[in-house]
Ligand binder design. Structure first.
Ligand SMILES: [Zn+2]
Length: 115
């Protein structure tokens, strides 16, 4: 996955996220698309707010394990095609919610009722 993604985008996402928001792993992270590619082509989704650095294990489980996929949706790690990229992302290591922006940054926000 992500074979054609620009190296500069990859680098900035890794710098932004730094570790897997699911388990805290920081080695060998891969770039996960929050919304499945398929509609609209892959390049349209190589946007910072659509991308998340995760460990390979979590990346695989989000696709293969229905329970993990449900949890990932609740945490904004996975988005349905009807959901916006401004849906916050949960860092389950630090218990912080972020909104990802289109410039490769993230903003901490309060989300009531999630924790
Ligand atoms: Zn992980």
């Amino acid at each position: 996955m992500g074979g054609s993604m620009k190296a500069s985008i990859r680098k900035k996402v890794l710098e932004r996220d730094q570790y897997c928001y699911h388990c805290g792993e920081f080695n060998d992270l891969v770039i996960h698309h929050r919304r499945n590619r398929g509609m609209g082509g892959s390049k349209l989704l190589d946007r910072y707010e659509c991308l998340l650095a995760v460990c390979p294990l979590y990346n695989g489980l989000m696709e293969s394990d229905a329970g993990v996929a449900v949890a990932a949706r609740g945490w904004g790690h996975k988005l349905g095609s009807w959901e916006d990229f401004d849906k916050p992302v949960f860092d389950s290591v630090k218990f912080i919610w972020y909104v990802l922006d289109s410039n490769g940054g993230k903003k901490e926000i309060n989300v009531e009722g999630y924790i």
